[in-house]
Design a binder for this molecule. Structure first.
Ligand SMILES: [Zn+2]
Ligand SMILES: [Zn+2]
Length: 253
C-alpha cells in the first residue's frame, strides 16, 4: 500500500514538474520569443527550450507560431482557429487539440504565418520528428522514476498540459477580467498554471511586450524567467516598457 501511494505521489510531483517546464517553454519561447519576437533567445538557452518542447509536447514550433499568429490576425472573427466567441468556450476547451491540429496541418497557414521559421539542421535531425521526441521523453521519465510511475507521470502531464493550454484559448476569451477593451480576459489562477499566459487580456492589449503582468498585483512567472535569462545575457527583450496597441490605449475599461 505504501509503495502504491509513493508511486502515485512521485508520479504527480514529476508530472507537475514536467508540465511546469513545458508551459515555461511554451510561453517564453514559442509564444513571446518566436510568435511575437518580444525577445530573442541565444544558444544554449534556445536549444534547451527547443529540446524540452520536443521531449514534453511534440510540438513543431513553426506550426504553433502559425496557428497563434492566425489567432491574433483574426481574433474572435471568421478565420480564428479557436474562438470561444464563435464556437462556444466548452467546445474550444474540449476540442482545442483538434482545432489546433486542423490549423497546424494546413500548409497555407504555415506558408503565410511562419515563413520566418524555416527548418534547420536540428529540426532535420531531431526536433522535426515529433513522435520520436515524445517517445524519448516518456523513456527518459520511465528510466528516471521507474516504468509504472514514469508512464503515469507522462499520462498526467499530457492531461495537465493540454487542459491548461486549452483553457487559455477557451476560458481566456470568456471568463475573467477585461481591463482593456478586447475579447480576451485575465485569470490570475490560470496565469499561475501556465507561467503567465492567463493574463491574456493584457497580452492582446500589448502583444509585443515580453511581460504579461501590467499591474503590481499581477504575477507572471514567465517574465521572471525572461529577466533571469537577460541577466545571464542569454536573452534580449525588444522593448523594456509595455507597448499597448493603438486600440488598447484608447479603450481601457
Ligand atoms: Zn487570444
Ligand atoms: Zn500572442
Amino acid at each position: 500500500m505504501t509503495t502504491f501511494l509513493s508511486t502515485i505521489g512521485i508520479s504527480v510531483l514529476a508530472a507537475i514538474a514536467i508540465t511546469t517546464a513545458a508551459n515555461l517553454c511554451t510561453t517564453v519561447y514559442l509564444h513571446r520569443a518566436l510568435s511575437h519576437r518580444a525577445l530573442s533567445v541565444r544558444f544554449p538557452a534556445a536549444f534547451l527550450f527547443r529540446a524540452i518542447i520536443w521531449l514534453t509536447t511534440g510540438i513543431k514550433p513553426k506550426e504553433w507560431v502559425a496557428v497563434h499568429r492566425k489567432h491574433h490576425a483574426y481574433t474572435d472573427v471568421d478565420g480564428d482557429p479557436h474562438s470561444p466567441i464563435l464556437l462556444g468556450w466548452w467546445t474550444v476547451q474540449k476540442r482545442n487539440v483538434l482545432l489546433y491540429r486542423e490549423a497546424a496541418q494546413d500548409p497555407v497557414n504555415i506558408a503565410k504565418y511562419a515563413k520566418d521559421i524555416p527548418d534547420d539542421k536540428w529540426d532535420r535531425m531531431f526536433f522535426g520528428h515529433q513522435k520520436t521526441g515524445l517517445l524519448l521523453g516518456i523513456a527518459i521519465i520511465m528510466v528516471a522514476i521507474g516504468p509504472v510511475a514514469g508512464l503515469l507521470a507522462a499520462f498526467l502531464h499530457a492531461n495537465f498540459y493540454l487542459a491548461a493550454n486549452a483553457a487559455v484559448n477557451a476560458l481566456g476569451h470568456h471568463f475573467g477580467r477585461r481591463p482593456y477593451a478586447n475579447n480576451a480576459t485575465n485569470l490570475q489562477w490560470l496565469a499561475f498554471c501556465t507561467m503567465g499566459e492567463g493574463l491574456h487580456n493584457n497580452h492582446h492589449a500589448a502583444p509585443s511586450s515580453p511581460r504579461l503582468s501590467h499591474k503590481w498585483h499581477q504575477i507572471d512567472p514567465g517574465w521572471w524567467v525572461i529577466r533571469s535569462l537577460s541577466v545571464l545575457r542569454l536573452a534580449t527583450v525588444r522593448f523594456s516598457d509595455i507597448r499597448l496597441t493603438a486600440s488598447a490605449k484608447t479603450t481601457t475599461n
